[in-house]
Ligand binder design. Sequence first.
Ligand SMILES: Nc1ncnc2c1ncn2[C@@H]1O[C@H](COP(=O)(O)OP(=O)(O)OP(=O)(O)O)[C@@H](O)[C@H]1O
Length: 478
Amino acid sequence: MEKDADGFYTAAPAAKKQDEKKPDEKKPDEKKPVEKKPDEEKPDEPAPSTNTELINSTFEVSVTLADQQADSSSPLYSVKTFEELGLHQDLLKGIYDMGFSKPSKIQERALPLLLSNPPTNMIGQSQSGTGKTAAFVLTMLSRVDFSINKPQAVCLAPSRELARQIMSVVIAMGKFTQVQTEYAIKDNLPRNATRITAQIIVGTPGTMIELMRKKVIDVSDVKVFVLDEADNMLDQDGLGDQTLRVKNMLPKSQVQIILFSATFPDHVRAFASKFAPNANKIELQKEELSVDSIRQFYMDCRDAEHKYDILVTLYTLLTIGQSIIFCQHRHTADRISARMTAEGHHVASLHGAKDATERDEIIDRFREGKEKVLITTNVIARGIDILQVNMVVNYDLPLMNERNTTHSDDSRPDVETYIHRIGRTGRFGRKGISVNFVHDRKTWLQMEEIEKQTGKKIMRIETNDIDVMEEKMRKAMK
Ligand SMILES: Nc1ncnc2c1ncn2[C@@H]1O[C@H](COP(=O)(O)OP(=O)(O)OP(=O)(O)O)[C@@H](O)[C@H]1O
């Protein structure tokens, strides 16, 4: 199969891990109030290594995997082949047609468990960009009886953008099968639709509930229920209620429940075990949560306005590959993009307040590389797989109060969302960098908490000398 313009199935060599240190004495003293941190307060960091090549998204996957074989701790490492995983010939053809030559570690470990009979539930965790989608898509495709024109597999995702992406994988992997598919996302079906006969349905919970309630989706033959970004889908502060309603509409027995995510915070893990009883579990240790191919940085900004100035200064660097800029609020995303556009820069903004058609157009343009810089909110923090994205900027750090609107004063950092946000880059062994903007004591402490919880160093890039800043960034991107 030809690769799409969005370059879904290409890969580049993995980044080498850097052993860099942020001097401890430069962190604010916990006991004393911390002043704003002007750049000159801290010495510069050691320059990152430049001995790797620029990301080349036209490299074939086999190159990446050959590289990865050497490191058995890599989430991309595998000793098995797809043939050994017992997949149907038509699915093998689909996989190879996508350019996959070997399973990744999560695929190697999860697929035998997912495909064994009788079907067993699964709670699977693996870092961002390591191939979880293929694991659950292959399971759905393997379990569907193509001679029956009724829904048999239902997959929920937290955003329409992710649902559309998952569907593109279903279609690509199922290319040599007779699979029929349908979306359950807003404004997709005609209002008078009466019955979906497709075997695999991918959507978001609200629309899925509506279609099941109206019996447009007949659930009686459903045998696989997948939650991608499962911790988010089950979180009572998020989509938990809706997801539970969908589950309660499915047949009580016979349904294999499959939960996948890069993160499973403790409070969700317990609920996940009830939601998917007796599940096989593949879990990550806390220190393994994010991949090492993402190099993390921060920039000291004097105040909120300085954040904007720095972002504008970074513009050329943001467009070397593609970049995603995450903001806390929709209005911030709109305001920054309007201002940058007025100043002659080319950026796009995407958030949940835009209508469905516009959202689809924006993400498609970004996928195709027609937009290089996307300013957005948490709406695309999870799952979105665009291989050319080599930089993520946390213009605002993610906070718990965005997740839980009933606790609007909760300014603790949302570490899970942080892990997912930076995971939009550095996918399947590619290199990527993330940059956090911090501008006062509060944001500094939030970032420090993220660093503590993820166990990964976040290195400083100075902002007081633009040339030095640019130079460092360019090096980091190599
Ligand atoms: N076995 C494989 N060989 C080569 N490329 C692969 C393989 N499996 C997956 N990929 C590619 O790796 C990229 C990341 O995969 P995927 O989107 O499934 O990651 P993920 O684990 O679901 O990430 P996230 O946690 O961000 O949702 C995709 O572009 C996918 O096509």
